[in-house]
Design a protein around this ligand. Structure first.
Ligand code: G3P
Ligand code: CA
Length: 328
């Protein structure tokens, strides 16, 4: 089921947003998450884009993940290669299209990622370190880049992978890659998904290995007419559901909520209730490119108590976050 359809259905439940409630916020410094890398400036989900975001001060790099035909995790938002690469120029369609799952890693490595939106093919004064900065990276390559952050940018950058498919094979591949790279409960890592089933399953597998990792469940900030905040979620093939924060807290450390769904605005009352349940709140996606408008938008959500922001423009997010922290 497509995400937009899910929230249309949620709207039909009669739950409505409301504003109000008490004070309180997470006490850690709000984090900046580089959404698809420096996707507002350079081709999304590329080593070049991730590196620029790291150099701009992002705290975490966000790779969305897909599995190739030969079972390798690659950083790619879409299920298909068409929107962001030159696949249509280099390959004939397979099964009528360009699904990542129909191409081997060797084939995928011949592709070049194109800039989208406000992105360009280069950024002034920036030369990427990677040998192939605009090819589709494997998850392992992204991890290696992030783990080189102390030498590359002088501080430790975290990684915030998203399981794009509710697929046990993807769960296992993500957990294996992270474990082999030494990630554990206290590492700078968050695993995200729109599927609670995926995160529940991963949580169980991690517990069995004695290595529970921090999770964020993605969805909509639903405030019920009863004044109780819940997370509105849905997965393909299932009816959308409203999860209580107590339930989410049994397998996740936070919720990632859209700031774009007008029917479900993120409010202070919503964030307060999440914090009261022990959950952090990260918002997606901050895509305002104009500096003053962006600063005002970050400030607004930071004032509500938001703990982290997925941004296409990490430099603007870092600047706003730092000003906010200095002023509080
Ligand atoms: O993962 C948070 C945010 O990135 C969700 O949106 O579609 O860009 O993965 P999407
Ligand atoms: Ca994502």
């Amino acid at each position: 089921m497509k995400r937009r359809a899910i929230f249309t259905l949620l709207a039909a439940t009669g739950l409505s947003a409301c504003v109000g409630g008490g004070r309180g916020r997470g006490d850690a410094r709000p984090i900046v998450i580089a959404h698809r890398g420096a996707s507002g400036y350079l081709p999304e989900h590329t080593l070049g884009g991730y590196e620029l975001a790291m150099r701009m001060g992002a705290d975490y790099i966000e790779p969305d993940l897909q599995l190739t035909r030969d079972g390798v995790l690659v950083a790619m938002h879409d299920e298909t290669l068409g929107r962001t690469t030159d696949a249509a120029t280099l390959f004939a369609p397979r099964n009528g299209g360009y699904k990542v799952a129909d191409f081997t890693l060797a084939e995928i490595k011949t592709l070049t990622v194109k800039p989208t939106g406000t992105g360009k093919t280069s950024y002034p004064g920036f030369t990427p370190s990677a040998a192939n900065p605009w090819s589709i990276p494997t998850f392992d390559e992204v991890i290696r880049l992030v783990q080189s952050s102390p030498s590359l940018v002088g501080r430790e950058v975290g990684i915030y992978p998203e399981a794009k498919q509710a697929d046990p094979a993807m769960e296992d591949a993500i957990l294996k890659a992270l474990a082999q790279s030494g990630y554990g409960a206290h590492s700078k890592v968050f695993i995200q998904s729109f599927s609670d089933e995926t995160l529940r399953s991963m949580h169980a597998k991690e517990q069995a290995r004695g290595k529970p990792l921090p999770h964020f469940l993605l969805g909509a900030a639903v405030m019920g007419a009863d004044g109780v905040a819940r997370l509105g979620i849905g997965t393909r093939g299932a009816e959308p559901r409203l999860l209580t924060f107590q339930d989410v807290a049994s397998f996740a450390q936070g919720v990632g909520v859209s700031i774009q769904y007008r029917a479900y605005p993120v409010t202070k009352a919503y964030i307060d209730q999440a914090h009261a349940a022990g959950l952090k709140v990260h918002g997606w996606t901050f895509a305002q490119a104009e500096a003053d408008a962006a600063a005002a938008q970050y400030r607004r959500y930071l004032d509500l108590g938001m703990d982290g922001m997925f941004s296409n423009y990490a430099d603007l997010a870092v600047k706003a976050r730092d000003q906010y922290v200095r002023g509080r």
